[in-house]
Design a protein around this ligand. Sequence first.
Ligand code: MTE
Length: 389
Amino acid sequence: MQINRLHGVSRRQIVQHGLWGAAAIALARLPLRAFADEEAAGDQIIPFLEPQAIDAGKATLHWDALKDWITPMDQFFSVNHYGTPAGVGEGYKLQIDGLVEKPRSLSLDDLRKLPRKEVTATLECSGNGSSKTFIGAVGNAKWTGTPLAPLLKDCGLSPETVEIAFFGADHKIEKIRGGDYDQNFARALSLPDAQRDDIILAYEMNGQPLTAGHGAPLRLIVPGWYGIAWVKWLHRIEARDHRLMTRFMAKDYVTLRGEELPDGKIAWKESSVGPMNIKSMVAKVIRRKEGGVTIFGAAWSGLAPVKAVEVKIDEGEWRSAKIDDAHREPYTWRFWSFDWKDAKAGEHTVVSRGIDSKANIQPTSDEPAIKLKKTYYEANQQWPRKIKI
Ligand code: MTE
């Protein structure tokens, strides 16, 4: 059998992961049946009247080309606040210290010898959806590394520990109250959050060593949380007995939202960006060769699993979409489709909304959850799209 490339999987991947591992990657990359390969099937994409703005120099998800459950690397967005630090891999050591009995310093080889765990999870930047030109900052990938919780346990956490902080190797002078201070990128998780068994320290993405842009040699994977928590170029983990209040915990990536109280007053609260809110997107609308129109999209969440997706056309009723059951893990996006049987010629608005298992419904931009959100992050409002049939 000629196995130089098997649906995008290289001979190197086959050697590294064995034929079955490589076949699994290839299968995940196969266009889903529900997500037709339009060219192959002779179907036709109906273009959106407001196409997604794509910056040629930047990797971003191309919604109307969506068909792979695992996002192709050239479409996987990247966000680097302090640039990509150089030379992080040379003589790399991960420090674990703070309130631990046995501080540790681990090389990448040490980490690779620890139990290996794979997690497929969707990564979304919490700013995604905050403007018309920023809607492709989401992607789904298979992450491989070692679980964090047993490593913390081995270090002997002090009973006073309330929080685990993660520091990237990237740093910058930050102006704080008029002074200049060199700070590393840092985020923290409460102890119970950090002890979840699906949180890993990853050294691979989709079966390949992490690239520099995605945090090589090691990054934190926090399935179900917005990307800000997934610290790249991880070089230090600290157990703490009080809260970390650095830029990306307490000043930036903070959501200011008003909550309506029973007496009609509004309580304004700031909270650090955490788990992903329920969200869905219409990806593309297709005219079938054999007749009829199908709408495709994706839905994801972090607070509770996606339970349903509904579609609304113009001012019609919300109608149920069909969710793909074949491709799913607890914190991955779900693909969905909707057969639009009564599609008529003319201009239309199509929109979807996700509903999670705790009955959270993706809001419109006019609902209080979004209207009373005064900051940029956690932009999970519905995203209407216009087409002409
Ligand atoms: N980690 C470090 N060290 N520095 C960063 O700037 N950006 C965060 C997160 N981790 C960031 C980081 C943000 S805001 C996002 S959305 C994700 O990384 C993006 O991950 P990616 O670049 O691999 O897509």
